[in-house]
Design a protein around this ligand. Structure first.
Ligand SMILES: Nc1ncnc2c1ncn2[C@@H]1O[C@H](COP(=O)(O)OP(=O)(O)OP(=O)(O)O)[C@@H](O)[C@H]1O
Length: 288
């Protein structure tokens, strides 16, 4: 099997900067289930990393660990050189999409405002500086026209734009996105992924993007973190999304087909879950 490095040739600037996120030998297990074992990961400013893998392999748990909501079983996790704590203003988070319930009294602009003031309860919500920033963010996510509407009355795509606005409102250094394209039509998938990508390009925000389907973001991705079977691989999409790499991880023949700029993974076991983790060779920043 070919080696899967952690570096990416097209990101020379990012590679020289201090990492926004650094994980060393990070392990998460629940009972005897190992979700990921001795994960080494540096995420550089402006890097776009897709987090892939079947259900239940620990993708959301990884985001929760970074958010300080889930303790590691062992290892370390640093955000901008410091141990993570809950509620960091340096992190923007787009949680897995749930439609907002009818009757929720918030307007779209209130959610974006919370993205700024939620960290600082003392600041008056009506301050002109906050209002200006909220207007800017609403405009940047194309939501000005429905800013005053109750969020529950908006379509799924409109709600998702507002969630992106809320997550980027405070200019985080790291944006964590948990399946942000789920249940969106192709057009809205494009709109939402472009919004996230524009943000990382404009402000060098690092992006960790959990998704079941890499295709809508394939042209944006610098590296892939693939989780399966308590094992993981980190590398460029070309390095990781290969038949031999995924067959090894799944422990069964899996075929990766590339056609017309899209990637399809065939033969991954149905309902695949976590099995005993494979023995790893540990190297700096990657596993094989
Ligand atoms: N606090 C916990 N205690 C015990 N088990 C947990 C806990 N949190 C998560 N798990 C289990 O860990 C596994 C991984 O969950 P996680 O939500 O991280 O997976 P995922 O890769 O995001 O899955 P999906 O693709 O289905 O969203 C699941 O089987 C889940 O039930």
């Amino acid at each position: 099997m070919s080696e899967t490095t952690g570096e990416h040739a097209s990101a020379p600037l990012a590679a020289t900067a201090d990492p926004v996120l650094r994980m060393r030998s990070a392990t998460l297990r629940f009972g005897d289930r190992v979700l990921w074992n001795r994960l080494n990961l540096d995420v550089r400013p402006g890097e776009f990393i897709a987090v892939l893998g079947p259900n239940g392999t620990g993708k959301t748990s990884l985001l929760k660990a970074i958010l300080g909501q889930q303790s590691l079983s062992s290892g370390t996790l640093e955000l901008l050189g410091r141990p993570v704590g809950r509620g960091s203003r340096q992190i923007g988070y787009i949680p897995q999409q749930k439609l907002i319930e009818q009757g929720t009294p918030l307007r779209a602009r209130d959610l974006v405002t919370l993205g700024i003031t939620g960290h600082r309860w003392g600041l008056p919500v009506s301050s002109p500086a906050v209002r200006r920033r909220v207007d800017e963010v609403l405009e940047s996510v194309g939501a000005t026209s429905f800013a005053g509407a109750p969020v529950a009355s908006l379509s799924g795509g409109e709600q998702q734009r507002i969630r992106v606005g809320q997550a980027i409102a405070d200019s985080p250094k790291l944006l964590l996105c948990d399946e942000p394209l789920i249940s969106l039509d192709l057009n809205h998938q494009h709109v939402v992924s472009e919004l996230i990508d524009e943000r990382r390009k404009a402000l060098r925000t690092a992006v960790l993007f959990v998704t079941h389907d890499v295709n809508p973001i394939l042209d944006k991705v610098d590296r892939v973190l693939y989780l399966a079977g308590g094992n993981f691989r980190i590398g460029t999409p070309e390095e990781v999304l290969r038949s031999e790499v995924l067959s090894y991880m799944y422990g069964t023949p899996v075929e990766v087909i590339r056609t017309r700029g899209r990637v399809a993974v065939l033969g991954a076991p149905e309902g695949y879950g976590v099995h005993d983790h494979l023995e790893h060779h540990v190297d700096d920043g990657w596993h094989r």
